[in-house]
Ligand binder design. Sequence first.
Ligand SMILES: *Cc1c(COP(=O)(O)O)cnc(C)c1O
Length: 372
Amino acid sequence: MTFPPLREELRGLAPYGAPQLSLEQAPVQLNTNENPYGPSEACVADIAAAAAEAARGLNRYPDREHVALREALADYLSRDVAADQEPISPAQVWAANGSNEVMLQLLQAFGGPGRTVVSFAPTYSMYPEYARDTHSRFVAGRRAEDFTLDVDAALGLVRTERPSLVLLPSPNNPTGTALEPEVVGVLCEALGEDGLLVVDEAYGEFRRSGTPSAIELLPAYPNLVVTRTMSKAFAGAGLRLGYLAADPRICDAIRVVRLPYHLSAVSQAVALAALRHREELLGRVDELRRERDETVVWLRDRGLDVADSDANFALFGTFPDRHAVWQRLLDQGVLVREVGPEGWLRVSIGTPAEMTAFREALDVVLDESGSK
Ligand SMILES: *Cc1c(COP(=O)(O)O)cnc(C)c1O
């Protein structure tokens, strides 16, 4: 026996996470898809006041049902409903510490031993971990060459595997690919009463105009779940606040598995304050989308392959030795992410100054290697 007496299948595994380097080691941090713009002083002051108010009641447990927060999130999500659709109601909303916790709760409630979770690679590398941690079987289908989802292949996999959950990010991480809206309906129909389709819209606010949110399809499909987060467009990665919209019966099922008082009074108060400042916090999204489109064009001008992106990052390549390119960028102070299929790298969209630094550093690397 080896100590500690860890579950057999967890032995030797490394924890998930991108390298977290100091600003001295990597002044230009473009590796975790954060919003590069922090809050204004006015917003900081309002958040601090909200935290102080919450502190006055810290001897008491927080509102287990986070009612005020669910109301504010429902109101925020309702901007994405279709013209003839009812607004999202607080009963359809559930929040937790990051959409990672929301996703884990979904698997705790709907996955488990004897149940199957399906996703389509390359995709978010946390999905297999939620499955492992809940003893669910994980099956990964493949995306097409251009990282889109082939509907027939996806349908085929759903019919043979009969999953309890299908996890599909839109836009997808790490490729930036948005789902075709038709796919959502087709998969929900195929899953029927036996499975849920979870559309992970962590990057939903960055989608290109004309790409609808799966929020519009909630009235049609009771087995559709749409997850969101305040970590990306909302410039609140440090806050740890994720949420979902779905049929109220799905929220009730999660209540059974959630830990008591999972969302602290401080998290709830701070998230509410951030939601009051949403115009400001989301104010740079259009700028980031523009910068993203320019980055994609610039990379293609260099002869590189770049996946079409609806998110705040771009996947580019391919390099015979991507680790060497990653390291040479880091030597110049630019940290990107070594992730996705072999040969590709992912860069998050930063400020104009950060993107200039990225372009200059990559040009140096491309010159060194002669071509791409
Ligand atoms: C970043 C990301 C999330 C967000 O996680 P949080 O826990 O809310 O910070 C969720 N899904 C995908 C695909 C992501 O890339």
